[in-house]
Write a protein that binds this ligand. Structure first.
Ligand SMILES: Nc1nc2c(ncn2[C@@H]2O[C@H](COP(=O)(O)OP(=O)(O)OP(=O)(O)O)[C@@H](O)[C@H]2O)c(=O)[nH]1
Ligand SMILES: [Mg+2]
Length: 487
């Protein structure tokens, strides 16, 4: 049988070689014929055809060279310098924001640099075996591991010994992708940024979420080993297949892709001599030698040499967190500005001697609101831009007056307290709604585009004027009541 298939393969190979040889001869013959015809051409035409051929060949070579050019890996995200981050934090603090956690990140950065020790982090989804791996790397570590996901709730550090005899500190972190575990995931990511190198554990092919987590690490330029844990669960063929697939799909993102078996507990039933059986639990023998060597290779240059990249990652992470805080702080300030102007609009409406049926936007107030918000977001606006915006707002109100007054009428019915405030309240509430809508629309547009995008602000304002969700109307009713009581 085996002999048969061997002969068949030989036959196929012989036929293949013969076909190839025939093709070669035919091509050669054709090339000679073409060359003869080329030589027979008049001289001018020969130059023309030759030139054309040369251009085609050169273009082909250029295209090939471009296609095969060495791809430079994406540079890691660039962090702002430390001094500018510190001054942003100081500014946030003076505006009342809670920045202690962010400032302590800088302290931790210095503390670790001073120790001169290599810091590693084991990162990955829940139940991939991170804590078990730590136990294998640092045998006397008291680590909790369990088949239930979400076992590790805090970041913990363990000091182990690298193969070269130096000490390294390994962080166990909470697993990602736990339902409702966003805060712990953030904690894990912050810790990962503080490490010199990262072991990313998976226990099979990468899910989309895992792939993007890996990409995130790559963006920060982390030296990275991707370890396929629980390798004991697969046959040699499956292992080879999964690792090859992991290598192909992660396209050079990790510095190494390694198989590992962190160990963990195995349970089985043992038959006893008397015919009964018993449940046996025992620790699986870990196999992490390749993983340890791969990590050692990554960090063999030493903590000092790895420090600049680590510092860049920590500062870049800090920049993101600071920006988020600045945004939140600005949004809160925008809200205060909008409320202040809405309150003035309410009072102004009551002061008008005879409110007509039309809503006429109070120009001075509206201009003040636009300027205050533009200032907050650091956007320069000209008088002409403001005038154009207000013109559009007036137009919107002219056609939308009945809608706004209807909303105000309903609010009067829904919040009986308003009715007791006397005549003119309908218009006062309507102005609260108008200024609140205009202010919110502007704040959102300014935050998103850093310019005064009149069309978008107008569109958002129209949406907000018609947005009559209970909460919002209640807040505006309270604002109206308050403003009119304090008058
Ligand atoms: N078969 C096998 N099971 C393993 C291996 N490593 C860990 N496990 C098991 O996987 C389960 C999860 O292990 P943990 O170490 O708690 O996983 P973790 O990643 O720390 O999980 P969280 O702390 O919840 O994020 C446990 O039941 C371990 O016994 C391994 O190499 N092979
Ligand atoms: Mg754990």
């Amino acid at each position: 049988m085996q002999d048969m298939s061997r002969r068949l393969r030989l036959l196929v190979a012989a036929v293949g070689i013969a076909a190839l040889a025939w093709l070669l001869v035919a091509t050669l013959e054709r090339a000679i014929a073409l060359a003869q015809r080329f030589m027979a051409l008049p001289e001018g035409l020969r130059w023309l055809v030759g030139g054309l051929l040369a251009v085609i060949v050169l273009a082909g070579i250029a295209l090939g060279a471009w296609w095969l050019r060495p791809r430079t890996p994406r540079a890691p995200v660039q962090a702002p310098d430390r001094a500018s981050l510190e001054s942003r934090l100081a500014e946030l603090r003076s505006s009342g924001a809670e920045v202690e956690e962010l400032r302590s990140e800088l302290g931790e950065l210095d503390r670790r640099r001073a120790t001169g020790t290599v810091h590693l982090a084991v990162f990955g989804e829940i139940s991939t075996g991170k804590s078990t791996l730590i136990k294998a790397l640092v045998p006397d570590a008291a680590v909790q591991s369990d088949a239930r996901g979400g076992t590790t709730r805090e970041v913990a550090h363990y000091t182990g010994t690298a193969p070269d005899g130096t000490a390294w500190v390994i962080a166990d972190v909470p697993g990602s992708a736990e339902a409702g575990g966003e805060a712990r995931e953030r904690m894990a990511r912050d810790e990962v940024l503080r490490a010199h190198a990262v072991i990313y554990l998976c226990a099979g092919d990468l899910t989309r979420a895992q792939a993007s987590e890996l990409q995130w690490l790559g963006d920060f330029g982390k030296p990275l080993v991707l370890a396929l844990n629980k390798a004991d669960q697969w046959s040699a063929d499956e292992r080879a297949h999964i690792t090859q697939h992991l290598r192909a799909t992660t396209a050079g993102l990790p510095d190494a892709v390694i198989l590992a078996s962190a160990g963990g507990e195995e349970r089985f039933t043992r038959a006893l001599a008397d015919g009964s059986s018993e449940e046996v639990r025992r620790q699986r023998k870990p196999d992490v030698a390749d993983l340890v060597s791969a990590v050692q290779r990554l960090v063999s240059v030493g903590a000092d040499a790895l420090e600049p990249a680590r510092e860049n990652a920590v500062l870049a992470g800090l920049h993101e967190r600071t920006s988020a805080l600045e945004q939140a702080q600005r949004a809160a300030e925008a809200e205060r500005i909008v409320t202040r102007y809405a309150r003035r609009a309410i009072v102004g409406a009551m002061a008008a001697v005879a409110p007509g049926t039309d809503l006429v936007i109070q120009g001075v107030l509206a201009t003040g609101l636009v300027r205050a918000l533009a200032d907050l977001y650091g956007v320069r606006v000209t008088d002409v831009e403001i005038e154009a915006l207000l013109k559009q707002v007036r137009l919107t109100l002219r056609t939308g007056t009945s809608v706004v007054l209807a909303v105000a009428g309903n609010a009067l019915k829904a919040f009986p307290g308003l009715g007791t405030l006397g005549g003119g309240v309908l218009h006062a509430f309507a102005y609260a709604l108008v200024f609140d809508s205009l202010g919110k629309a502007l704040a959102t547009t300014l935050a998103a585009h850093h310019t005064l995008d009149q069309a978008e602000a107008g569109e958002r304002m129209r949406e907000l004027l018609a947005d009559t969700r209970g909460n919002r109307l209640r807040r505006l009713a309270e604002l109206t009541t308050d403003a009119l009581r304090d008058r």
